[in-house]
Design a protein around this ligand. Structure first.
Ligand SMILES: NC(=O)c1ccc[n+]([C@@H]2O[C@H](COP(=O)([O-])OP(=O)(O)OC[C@H]3O[C@@H](n4cnc5c(N)ncnc54)[C@H](O)[C@@H]3O)[C@@H](O)[C@H]2O)c1
Length: 335
C-alpha cells in the first residue's frame, strides 16, 4: 500500500481540490485544518481528517507516521488584510510553516511542498521570474517569503526534499466567496449575484492573471510526486490573459447578466499595481498549460455560487489595526 500524504488546509479551497486529485491517483490522504477559514463540506470523502492547527504539529507525531510527503496549503492568505492584521497573518503563515517543517523533519518525511504566493515579488518589474530576489511589500508577502526561506533552510540542512509553488490568483469552485477581505473575483461574483455592483479599490487599472484551480492542482501534484524535480521554486499559473481589475469586474457582470456600474473606493495601502508572473519555468519543468480560460473559469464559478446560493459577507477575522488607512468596506462593514 502506498505511503500516505499529508495535506494542510485540506478544508480550504486549494487543499481540498488537491486532495481530490491525489485520492483519484490512488494516494491515501491525511488532512489537517484548524477551520479558521475552511468548510467541513469541502473535505473529500476518503480523507482521514484531523481538526488541528499546524502550529501544534509537533505535539501530534502520529499524524506524520509513514508520511511520504507533506503538501502545505494552510495559511492565512490575506494580502490586503495583512496590513491591518499582521500578527494573525504571520502566525498562520510563517509560524504554521515552521512548525510543520520541524515536525516533518523529525518524523523523517521525504518531501515538503510549500504553497507560496506571488506576493513574494512585491512591486518588482513584471513578469516576475523565479530568479528575481523577492522584495515583498505587505506583511502577507513578507510572511510567505519568510516561510519560503525557512523551507529552504530547514529542509536543506536536514536532508528533506522540498519544492515551492508560487501560485497567482486562483479561482474555482469551493473558494470562499463570503469573505470580505480576499478573493477578488469571488467577492465580485457574490455581490453581483445579490444584485450589487462590484467594488473596485482605486481606478481598477491594476493588472493580474487568474488561474483556474485544476490548472494549479496538476502542477502541485507534480511538485510532490516527480522524483527528479527537487529544490525548485516554480511560478504556477498563466502568463497570458492578463486583465485589469476593471475588466475582470465587467466580465463577471456580463456573465451574470448585470448592467455594469461599479462602485469605486479609495486604493488600498501597499496594493501592488501590476503583478504578473512568467510561466516559462512551469512550462519547461511541469509541462504547464492553461487548460481553462478565464471566461470559462469565471462562468463555472458564477454557476457554482448561484447553485450554492450567494451569501451575506462574514467578517470573521479581527482587524488588529483600525485607523484612517483601513478600507471603510471593512471598518464600517459596507459589503
Ligand atoms: N487562492 C489564491 O488565489 C492563492 C494564490 C496564491 C497562493 N495561495 C496559497 O495557496 C494556499 C491555499 O490557499 P486557499 O486559497 O486554498 O486558502 P483557503 O483559506 O481556502 O485555505 C487555507 C486553509 O488553511 C486553514 N488554515 C489556516 N491557518 C491554519 C493553521 N494555522 N493550521 C491549520 N489550518 C489552517 C484554513 O482554515 C483554510 O481551510 C495558501 O498557502 C495560499 O497562501 C492561494
Amino acid at each position: 500500500m502506498a505511503q500516505p500524504v499529508l495535506i494542510t488546509g485540506v478544508a480550504g479551497f486549494l487543499g481540498s481540490h488537491l486532495a481530490d486529485d491525489l485520492l483519484g491517483r490512488g494516494y491515501s490522504v491525511r488532512g489537517i485544518d484548524n477551520m479558521i477559514d475552511g468548510f467541513k463540506e469541502n473535505i473529500p470523502d476518503g480523507v482521514e481528517f484531523h481538526e488541528l492547527d499546524c502550529r501544534d504539529a509537533l505535539g501530534h507525531p502520529d499524524l506524520f507516521a509513514d508520511v511520504a510527503m507533506v503538501f502545505h496549503c494552510a495559511a492565512a492568505p490575506y494580502e490586503g488584510l495583512s496590513v491591518f492584521s499582521p500578527f494573525l497573518v504571520h502566525e498562520h503563515t510563517t509560524s504554521a510553516t515552521v512548525a510543520m517543517l520541524s515536525a516533518a523533519v523529525r518524523a523523517g518525511v521525504g518531501r515538503f511542498v510549500h504553497c507560496s504566493s506571488m506576493s513574494r515579488y512585491g512591486a518588482l518589474v513584471p513578469p516576475f521570474t523565479e530568479d528575481l530576489t523577492p522584495a515583498p511589500l505587505t506583511p502577507y508577502g513578507i510572511a510567505k517569503y519568510a516561510a519560503d526561506l525557512q523551507v529552504r533552510a530547514i529542509a536543506d540542512v536536514h536532508g528533506m526534499e522540498y519544492n515551492i509553488a508560487v501560485p497567482h490568483n486562483i479561482i474555482g469552485t469551493r473558494q470562499r466567496y463570503d469573505d470580505p477581505y480576499r478573493n477578488v473575483a469571488a467577492i465580485m461574483i457574490n455581490r453581483v449575484l445579490r444584485g450589487k455592483q462590484p467594488i473596485i479599490y482605486g481606478d481598477g487599472s491594476q493588472t493580474r492573471c487568474f488561474s483556474f484551480v485544476s490548472d494549479v492542482v496538476s502542477c502541485l501534484t507534480r511538485l510532490g510526486t516527480e522524483p527528479d524535480i527537487r529544490g525548485e521554486i516554480v511560478n504556477v499559473g498563466p502568463d497570458e490573459g492578463e486583465v485589469t481589475v476593471l475588466d475582470l469586474s465587467r466580465e463577471i457582470c456580463s456573465i451574470a447578466g448585470l448592467d455594469f456600474d461599479p462602485v469605486f473606493m479609495p486604493a488600498r495601502p501597499l496594493e501592488v499595481h501590476h503583478a504578473t508572473c512568467s510561466s516559462d519555468k512551469a512550462r519547461r519543468l511541469l509541462g504547464y498549460r492553461t487548460e481553462v480560460a478565464l471566461r470559462d473559469g469565471l462562468t463555472e464559478m458564477v454557476e457554482w455560487v448561484a447553485k450554492v446560493g450567494p451569501k451575506e459577507f462574514h467578517y470573521n477575522l479581527e482587524l488588529e489595526i483600525v485607523n484612517e488607512l483601513t478600507p471603510r468596506t471593512w471598518s464600517s462593514r459596507l459589503m
